[in-house]
Design a protein around this ligand. Sequence first.
Ligand code: EPZ
Length: 419
Amino acid sequence: MKKVKIVGGAPLEGKVEIAGAKNAALPCLAAALLTDEPITLHNIPQVTDVSTTLKLLGHLGATATFSSPRTIEVSLPKIKSYIAPYEMVKTMRASVLVLGPLLSRHGYALVSLPGGCAIGARPIDLHLEGLSKLGARIELKHGYVEASCRRLKGAEIYMDTVTVTGTENLLMASIRAEGDTVLKNCALEPEVTDLANLLVKMGAQIEGIGTSILKVRGVDRLHSAAHTIIPDRIEAGTYIMAGALSGRELEIEGCNPQHLVALTDKLLQAGANLRVEGDSIWVRGGNKLNPVDVKTSPYPGFPTDMQAQFMTLMTQAEGVSIITETIFENRFLHVAELDRMGARIKIDNHSAVIMGGTRLSGARVMATDLRASASLILGGLVASGETVVERVYHLDRGYERIEEKLKKVGAKIERIDDD
Ligand code: EPZ
């Protein structure tokens, strides 16, 4: 199993280029199921969740061609299978995003229930409730969701919990439904907006993009389109925090600062030295950091996907900070690993209390989920001595060659095989 070894203390200096957003690329790839014409997507990130999605689309009958490392054309003129099998879905729960499009274009889908993951139970009840409101017959059997309908009919759907992929699944299902659909309490994440913008380019009729109420007028068919995926705000935020921890001056280029306001606000409150110019954010490390409390919430609030990384930063602040996780029930798995590096963090139900001013020391640590592994990498950058992060396949799901990007700006980091 691959690991990443870091020798801490090297100051970071230079430019990090941000890739396309994984959580926009996945729904945009699933949208290719909605038409028999090709969809071209630019700025596709080279992460394993994208290759997993392409494998699933291939299983369903799609062909995908990369015309350059980050531009792909996906076409699915004829469905070969309506089944998203367990062995594919269990490795990436976002596979559930094929449910809405398959049902909408073909009237049938058999998708393995994603099951939980390290950070929580991850139910899809809101996806299924919405699909049945659109007229689908939903049956759960043998660990699969069987969804069928002659043709989906527009409906008014209120999601009582803000759900990102739930909003995306129901939006894609409603696009070709008969009549009008109103989706209420939609997720406002930029990745949802990016999907909606692609769907409109494909001929969908959507009003209210970027708001919590999406109004869709069903159309009979969608056509080919080309679209550029937005930058990955979580990748950008991770490198901004790397710079705040150990940067001389780091430039995070090709991001969208508007998507990062919740994080940059908190970093400025903590005393970080940031400068925003166009699609770059400069961060200068070495400042004394003040403790800042954070509570995760749906966009535009502080992203749960940046909680673990911010916790590492707060171990270096001068004082006590509290991080409260409101989205997922078990998203503190990184705490035990950070504590092994010398952090002093106590969990109290959905909150973690971080004693700042701790000198982290390098250790062998275990990655448990995508963003937890990023927090351990950040810890290794500032820890004294050597840190080895195990199970880095978690990292590769959402970060493009993180060790290469960090090495390029001065980090002492490398990927190693099992000893
Ligand atoms: C998306 O997951 C992201 N994944 C996650 O990013 C992100 O952490 C999460 O949104 C929150 O922002 C993708 O976009 C592929 P939710 P998703 O449905 O859609 C509850 C990463 O690191 N809920 O918004 O699965 C759920 O349990 C990943 O890139 C229901 O109860 O998250 C959670 O408490 C990790 N019923 C809350 O809603 C449902 O039917 C928000 O979950 C659906 C969700």
